[in-house]
Design a protein around this ligand. Sequence first.
Ligand code: PLP
Length: 497
Amino acid sequence: MSETTRKQEAVVEPTIFELSSPGRRGYRFPPLDVPEIDPVEVFGESQVRSVEPAFPELTEPEVVRHFTRLAEMNHHVDRGFYPLGSCTMKYNPKVNEDVAGLPGFTRLHPEVDEVHSQGALALMHGLARHLAAISGMDEVSLQPPAGASGELAGMLIVRAYHTDRGNPRSKVIVPDSAHGTNPASLTLAGYEAQEIKSDSSGRVDVDELRRLVDSETAAIMITNPNTLGVFESRISEIVEIVHGVGGLVYMDGANLNALMGIVRPGDIGFDLMHFNLHKTFSSPHGGGGPGSGPIGVTSELADYLPYPVISRDEAKSRGIEYYFDYERPRSIGKVHGVYGNFLVMVKAYSYILTLGPVGLRRVAENALLNANYLQRKLEAYYELPYKGYCQHEFVLSASRQKEHGVRALDVAKRLLDFGVHSPTIYFPLIVGEALMIEPTETESKRSLDHFVSVMIEIARESESDPDVVRGAPSRTPVGRLDEVRASKDLDVSWRQD
Ligand SMILES: *Cc1c(COP(=O)(O)O)cnc(C)c1O
């Protein structure tokens, strides 16, 4: 079958509302065996609907098949390689899903009192202790629900710390390779972003940093290894310079895959950092699933952590061992409902205990090995702007392919035709036509070699047959979307008529 016929024959899945047919149903409730009540009397008129919601009506197999068909159209990490740089799309072991699915966890109501939730509190306390051990931080709060929200909590802690010393200060320094959430978080916390350039090796320009810092420097936010996949080898000097003017050093620890078991940010001198449990610690992400972005701090900043903190009273003076500690007068307050996304924490806890210290170190070692293997195999075919060993990821440029009219976006789309997800593209911003590749530790040599052969094939096609690459994808359920329209003319509404 030629590629064009396949595309024409592609089935377009109707929406679940279009599939709906009045009267169909999946489940029926058993007959009422308790006295009937009038909901208006119990809840009040304002809480009770007068019109039935327009839910779609389908049988159970129709629902299952609809979503299975949709899932088959999509690329996901259980289906194929997903080298999306900075996102750590590793395979998440299913055993952690099993643990998080235990009824003792899933049926626990968030408002259950401490006496009846000791197990859950012990788990959260234990996870925080493990993250502290992995990072070298003294205390950890699991409350922020995502990386960006951990960053915001961190910047609010920076502000509270300086305010207590008489002046909140006004500026936070961020490298030009930083993730976009860094400037966003510091701006939300009332700071002004001061960008610092990278030098020719992709690292923070330390001389420039010396010139930039002053008594208005509240903090620097650093990602290490940075988004170019390069380790900031002069990190101790950077820490010293910022501490020298009384500023704090924040680590964007979204991607701990390169460091676990090898380097602890706390030992380097970082004052605070966030973690992304949904990247490094075994929670599926992408598509907007729940995340968790714990924040860790040194003991000097512990009083500012979001409350409640989960504390332990080994003597059980109030009859319980673990409790929510609200006695934090200098806390920045709550940053999420209840105590964050609990089931993500269960998966992370299970993952950490399954691997243990040696296993976590091997995760990092294999993540580094896999990335360096790919970099070596591909550097002859794509421009590698920052040379040398990489960490858990590396950045190529499609600048050579661009001479034939093929852009990074086209390479990304063509990969889909070979069953591989695109790398992150056009980020970091300092690399033109960037292709940011992070294989993660969970890929076998076979899947890495498949990726290499596909990338080489696309490099060849870019010279011999650039139209094929520019027209990709041609083997997926839908072809190339109009990306501008998809974001500027967004219409996902459904109307009954
Ligand atoms: C993913 C990421 C973030 C943001 O994390 P979210 O959970 O998406 O908010 C921040 N910094 C870096 C380096 C990241 O890769």
